[in-house]
Design a protein around this ligand. Structure first.
Ligand code: PLP
Length: 371
């Protein structure tokens, strides 16, 4: 009899593990009669700001708009250059262009897989206004170095924390280092809604107020637009669900780390390179991405054993049709390009059962032993 398939992600299992509290929260909203920007949103904003250790949190409709509104609120305008990475979800770059700003790529560090801060200064131009590091896969970028560069050159820093909710550098959470930070609550994220959601976190009251105004048509006063805004509101049901899950986030991130350690212990002597958390950081293992020179064969081997795999992502942003050949910096990304030939994501989420973890561990150990 074949064993049940283990998918790379399972938002359904996440719902099931909090089912009764989520059902109750949804019911509470249904019966409240208030479905948009009510007390669940206000409550979540306060609780999430408290969790991160920032003064302000403003929820928005999704992570892409969180990046976009964080940039706008930090004063980034059409034509301004924003330094970022090509190794990210396309949303990061799409959000920069939604502002009308111009992305500029720098390469990644081969170990952290985040922005290589030593490349930032050579990418600066008179138009550079901001640096947008991405805490990719749950690993924090080198924020003290990036913030020091920004300070030297008078630049704004917006952190893309979509993949790193709860990640730390020392005892400080990501999202507290830059002028503003963007979060996504897409269902597979470490803190996931049951639909779309996002947030901007900041210590700056002016940035927070601008996001609040921009997310609802530029209203400071109801129905009166003081500037051009949009609709990027989070709904009450999503906020209520996030309030159920937030108290479990640290525990679930710890479970992710423990599972990742188990997988990595199978790879210690093999040809497969596991994620290597940077010293002094609290990685939250949003995705468990390994590197293998034989990645197609490794995927086939795992799939044969009922273990799902994926590519995060199949192409770097500068390799995708919409961006190819037109983003400055794209011709100097050797580490990013090498990484994309070898990466494979394995299943990793807190609801993985002990026997599933052991099946994946054994498969990885057998693969390594066969090489
Ligand atoms: C790094 C990164 N930035 C931004 C986003 C955008 O988030 P959303 O899908 O909520 O718009 C995502 C999510 O896919 C992401 O992984």
């Amino acid at each position: 009899m074949s064993l049940p398939f283990i998918p790379v992600a399972s938002p359904l299992k996440q719902y099931q593990s909090h089912k009764s509290a989520i059902d109750e929260a949804i019911n509470r909203v249904l019966h409240s009669g208030r479905y948009i920007l009510g007390k669940e949103v206000a409550g979540f904003e306060e609780e999430f700001a408290g969790y991160l250790g920032v003064r302000h949190c403003v929820t928005v409709a999704n992570g892409t708009e969180a990046v976009c509104l964080a940039l706008k609120a930090c004063g980034i305008r059409a034509g301004d250059e924003v330094i970022t990475v090509s190794h990210t979800a396309v949303a990061t770059v799409a959000a920069i262009e939604l502002v009308g700003a111009v992305p500029v790529f720098v390469d990644i560090d081969p170990v952290s897989r985040c922005m290589d801060h030593t490349m930032i200064e050579s990418a600066l131009s008179p138009e550079t206004r901001a640096i947008l590091p991405v805490h990719v896969y749950g690993q924090s970028a080198a924020m003290s170095e990036i913030c020091a560069i920004a300070l030297r050159h008078g630049l704004r820093v917006v952190e893309d924390c979509a993949q790193a909710c709860g990640a730390r550098i020392g005892d400080r959470k990501v999202g507290t280092f830059g002028h503003a930070a963007a979060f996504s609550f897409y269902p597979t994220k470490n803190l996931g809604a049951i639909g779309d959601g996002g947030a901007v976190a900041t210590n700056d009251p002016e940035v927070s107020e601008r996001v609040r105004v921009l997310r609802e048509y530029g209203w400071k006063e109801r129905y009166i637009s003081s500037e051009q805004g949009m609709n990027s509101r989070m709904d009450e049901i999503q906020a209520a669900i996030l309030r159920v899950k937030l108290p479990f986030l640290d525990e679930e991130n710890a479970r992710r780390r423990a599972i990742a350690e188990r997988f990595s212990s199978a790879l210690d002597r093999g040809s497969v390179i596991p994620p290597r958390p940077m010293p002094g950081t609290g990685h939250v293992m949003h995705l468990y991405v390994v590197e293998s020179p034989e990645r197609d064969a490794l995927q086939a081997f795992l799939n044969e054993r009922g273990i799902g795999t994926a590519h995060h992502y199949p192409q770097a942003v500068h390799q995708q049709g919409a961006y190819a050949g037109r983003v400055r910096g794209s011709d100097n990304l050797p580490v990013t390009e090498r990484f994309y030939d070898t990466l494979v994501s394995l299943p990793l989420y807190p609801e993985l059962q002990h026997d599933e973890v052991e099946r994946i561990y054994t498969a990885l150990a057998d693969w390594c032993a066969s090489r």
